[in-house]
Design a protein around this ligand. Sequence first.
Ligand SMILES: NC(=O)c1ccc[n+]([C@@H]2O[C@H](COP(=O)([O-])OP(=O)(O)OC[C@H]3O[C@@H](n4cnc5c(N)ncnc54)[C@H](O)[C@@H]3O)[C@@H](O)[C@H]2O)c1
Length: 256
Amino acid sequence: MSTGEDRVVTIVTGAASGIGAACVRRLAERGDTVVGVDLAAEVDEHVRTLGGALGVVADVSSSEACEAAVALAVERFGRVDHLVCAAGIERNEAAHEMDDDTWSRVQRVNVDGSFFMARAVGRHIVAAGRPGSVVLIGSINSAIAMPGQAAYVASKGAVLQLGRGLAVDWGRHGIRVNVVGPGVIDTPLNARSFADPVRIAYYAGRTPLGRHGEPSEVAAVVAFLTSADASYVTGAFVAVDGGWLAGELPPSRMED
Ligand SMILES: NC(=O)c1ccc[n+]([C@@H]2O[C@H](COP(=O)([O-])OP(=O)(O)OC[C@H]3O[C@@H](n4cnc5c(N)ncnc54)[C@H](O)[C@@H]3O)[C@@H](O)[C@H]2O)c1
């Protein structure tokens, strides 16, 4: 076992639930020192239960909170090598009924939060002169829209372009930046949908693999993208969606 000094340090936001929690578990299992960041007060306990090293309560929509979380990780563990931005929120509301606060909050958490965390980690990695990587969790909604989700799809489209912008900026510093686009994944974010059998049947029918995904299946791709196996992958959008974005299915399959 390596010492704390030479272990890879990875920060995961949204670490207390769903995809972020699965990333904490997966990356800790491979030996990373994982620092989880989340709004949830119990994040430290949760992250340690998953095998992570530390959980930090922070709101990623605050640039100061993001800077402080990264500074704390560097202070405690000496370095940061990888960042996974999984903190995110969704609001279902018709565009013409949406108020300013709903629109802004979704952009602030999903877009500003990804940028603030990536900037804080990028600054550290550039100064350290070591290679590193960032994975932003986008969505199939980075590429396509669904009704009632104007704020969310706008934010996820921006996350995709943010990832590309960072990849182009930071390639010369050896920082790879990729965007993962999950399809329908069984997490608390989707609790309402998963409680509705009609909706779940529609999702399964609409997905070429015929089922929803598990958070661990997204975490496996995040693990690849933050590994040396992905050393020539940057600026990519990797859908983890059971084939959703590959195309439409014929009506017969939709009725299965
Ligand atoms: N579940 C899906 O089907 C699905 C599909 C596509 C994309 N995504 C994306 O994956 C990411 C993770 O989603 P999930 O399904 O695991 O959701 P989740 O609700 O299970 O987990 C999200 C976590 O982010 C945290 N969080 C929310 N706002 C925060 C903030 N301001 N600061 C810090 N932490 C904050 C929450 O406390 C929560 O622990 C999100 O970006 C989401 O948009 C999810």
